[in-house]
Design a protein. Structure first.
Length: 755
């Protein structure tokens, strides 16, 4: 049966369709209805909802038009392409299975488009229905019998190439190029062949083919570009187009909806780069799972900025501020302290041991070990084209650097004298920063360059405030001396951690777990961190106990407790109550549920809790009165509720085999010390508001309520030390820098002047 194709290229009905001839396709249904009504053949008119194709840009309803198209038969290529596909390293790995599935089920490849501009299909047709495919510019020139002069000097596009006609070598018929242009993926698929001198310089082509890596968003590309590249390279070279193909999902708005200009939810790149910073955008992309859509927007970008860039910038700012105050500059020894030294491009970026290990504290050695661990993770994953684990590992390192190393080292930088320990702190932090910015440079090229250029200059400057500036483009990049750009440096290299480094990382993690648990119970108790407490009680295994003893001063300082005490068992801190999970056991036990509840109450709750934590079932024997017998009931851990009830005066938390409890009972001395710490905070806030230098010594005058006066007097030395007060005098505050505040029912006024 012949097909009927009534529409021309303009969407109008062609000759031979009576009153519809020349009418636009979308107007004809109404004309058909009118004709039916005029003839009395109209039965009924109904409306129904259905899906119909519209232009995605302007929303205009489209017309379906039957046309002839050109295809490549894929049946003979299918299995060869599947074999080539097996040679490719797909990231994520499911890409290989997805491409294989497409190759299993694909139909012939439609390669033509009814457009004017595009890759002109090199197909010439003859009047007898035969056709030829011309393989090159040179072949077309040789075969041309008309129109070459018009075409010569132009690219092989319409309208120039349409002038060229060829002659059939046997029939003598004149051939004309088909008006179709190629599917864009036809052109995109041949790029690995056509752009690298495949025909003119095979040796050069073999040097660069196949490529190392290609990437594109995978929705659609498994049947478009990836597919086209595999098809072309299979035919032309019987080879994969690239060693590795990485596919990733697409970009949505923050609600998970597709972005469109017409919808008003799209964000233009330059706008986002100016407003949030290009490096922030790059890091957001890097930390995303390849297979998941990325919900993109300014709140998401802001979170990356707050959680990653600003902590890093604050560490850098901290270092530069104190280095300038102490007039510290990198020494020749500083480069030797780093795990990855600061080197000229000609030197290998190898890892070296610190030159003066005895001067480094355990805290210094720990952060250097963590740095090397992060280098190892980064290099391994970059080699595997996995960027998300890199981003997450570096984020964790920045957190460790900011929230632990710098926090625990602040007093070292605050000292007046430049002793060996303070110098080691400077050199270690300098080494860490110069290595860390190398690690992040491929993802955050602008921020890393700004920090690197500054740290490699003798005059250390901060370049502005990242929290205020939208982008590091606003920062001063003008200082470029003879030092090389960070992007000219060798990337940090791997090495195995020593057993000492590994143990140091493990032990510090134990200490930080104790601190984290302590902070958790402080939050539960609603006792402020500035309020000292008498003791922290700990249950742990022998190794953890030893670590906590070694780190006792650090843990006590972080948690603001006077002492750490170990208790033998968890039962010394909490009691337990075990209840059946009614939602799960109600139907299972029926009328026996009350008996199970009573039987559980009779068991040792500590033993039951231990078995439940270990994932073990609880076995219970129930007595049945009629006839006299017993029934065994097995209760799974998720069928029980274990409630931990802290002993009086304690707040308890546990994790990773460690259980801690804070003694929250406050004595008058502890209360006074807590009040003194609050005063310290107010004085230091006033220092900051007065824009005093961090090293400026001051005289402080204060007036306070009676209880607070006693607290300041009792802890005067502490207040003076923490605020750099040479003199701390009770009196009437006056002068340019005065502040008054109320807290915990107390009132204080202070004034400060430079000594």
């Amino acid at each position: 049966t012949p097909f009927v194709a009534p529409l021309n290229e303009d969407g109008n009905y062609m000759d031979g369709f009576g009153p519809f001839t020349g009418k636009y396709g979308h107007d004809v249904p109404d004309l058909v209805e009118q004709l039916l009504r005029a003839k009395g053949n109209m039965y009924r008119r109904d409306k129904y909802v259905h899906r119909y194709a519209h232009c995605w840009r302007c929303g205009t309803p489209l017309l379906y038009r039957m046309v002839d198209e050109w295809y490549i038969s894929m049946d003979t290529l299918r299995h060869d392409m599947m074999r080539v596909n097996e040679q490719i390293n797909w990231v994520p790995s499911f890409g290989k299975e997805r491409e294989t599935d497409w190759l299993h089920n694909m139909h012939d490849w439609m390669i033509s488009k009814k457009r004017y501009w595009g890759l002109a299909l090199p197909i010439w047709e003859y009047a007898d229905g035969s056709f030829e495919v011309i393989g090159s510019y040179e072949e077309l020139k040789t075969r041309a019998v008309e129109g070459w002069e018009t075409f010569e000097g132009h690219t092989p596009h319409r309208p120039w190439i349409d002038h060229v006609k060829i002659k059939h070598p046997v029939t003598g018929l004149i051939g004309t190029r088909v008006p179709d242009v190629g599917n864009p993926w036809l052109d995109a698929g041949i790029v690995g062949i056509s752009t690298m001198q495949f025909s003119t310089d095979p040796e050069y082509w073999r040097k660069w083919f196949p490529g190392n890596f290609m990437t594109e968003s995978f929705p659609g590309q498994f049947r478009n570009w990836f597919y086209a590249m595999i098809a072309m390279c299979t035919v032309m070279a019987d080879s994969r187009p690239a060693d590795t193909i990485l596919g990733f999902a697409t970009l949505m708005d923050e609600k998970g909806e597709q972005m469109h200009k017409s919808k008003g939810n799209s964000i233009e790149f330059n706008e986002a780069a100016d407003k949030a910073g290009a490096d922030v955008m790059r890091w957001l992309y890097a930390r995303q799972k390849y297979e998941d859509n990325l919900n993109f927007g300014y709140s998401t970008l802001g979170e990356v900025r707050r959680s990653v860039l600003i902590p890093l910038w604050n560490v850098y700012s901290f270092f530069v501020t104190y280095a300038n105050a102490d007039q510290w500059v990198p020494s020749s020894e500083a480069s030797k302290v780093q795990n990855v030294r600061t080197l000229e491009p000609s030197e290998p970026s190898e890892l070296s041991e610190p030159s003066h290990t005895s001067q480094l504290s355990s805290l210094d050695r720990w952060i250097l070990a963590r740095l090397q661990e992060t280098v190892n993770t980064t290099v391994d994953n970059l080699d595997a084209y996995e960027i998300r684990p890199v981003a997450l590992a570096i984020e964790k390192f920045i957190e460790d650097l900011s929230a632990w190393y710098v926090r625990r080292s602040r007093e070292r930088f605050w000292r007046e004298t430049m002793d060996a320990d303070k110098r080691a702190a400077y050199e270690t932090l300098y080494a860490v920063l110069t290595t860390l910015v190398k690690l992040i440079a491929p993802v955050m090229p602008f921020l890393s360059e700004a920090i690197w250029q500054n740290l490699k200059n003798s005059e250390l400057r901060i370049f502005g405030n990242l929290e205020e500036n939208a982008s590091v483009f606003d920062l001063d990049f003008s200082i470029h001396n003879s030092q090389f750009s960070i992007h000219h440096q060798d990337y940090p290299t791997k090495r195995s951690l020593t057993s000492e480094e590994t143990q140091l990382i493990v032990d510090t993690a134990i200490a930080r777990t104790a601190v984290s648990l302590g902070m958790s119970v402080r939050a539960q108790s609603k006792v402020k961190v500035r309020q000292p407490l008498a003791r922290l009680l700990v249950v742990a295994d022998e190794h953890s106990k030893q670590v906590i003893r070694t780190q006792e001063r650090t843990i006590s300082d972080e948690l603001n407790v006077k002492a750490i005490e170990f208790v033998a068992e968890e039962r010394d801190l909490v009691s337990y109550k075990v209840l059946p999970e009614l939602k799960k056991l109600g139907k299972k036990l029926g009328q026996n549920l009350p008996k199970v509840r009573d039987a559980l109450a009779a068991l040792d709750p500590m033993q039951v809790a231990a078995r439940v934590k270990a994932g073990q079932n609880i076995e219970i024997e129930l007595a049945i009165s009629s006839p006299p017998s017993s029934v065994s009931v097995s209760l799974a851990p998720d069928e029980l509720i274990v409630q931990a009830i802290p002993r009086e005066g304690l707040v308890v938390a546990g994790d990773g085999g460690i259980v801690v409890a804070l003694d929250t009972v406050l004595t008058p001395a502890l209360i006074n010390e807590g009040l003194a710490r609050e005063v310290v905070r107010r004085i230091n806030d006033l220092r900051k508001a007065a824009k005093f230098d961090i090293a400026d010594r001051i005289d402080t005058t204060y007036k306070a309520s009676d209880k607070l006066m006693l607290a300041i007097s009792a802890f005067a030395d502490y207040v003076k030390s923490e605020t750099l007060s040479v003199n701390l005098v009770a009196g009437e505050p006056e002068g340019a820098h005065v502040a008054t505040d109320e807290f915990d029912g107390e009132t204080v006024s202070v004034s400060i002047v430079k000594t």
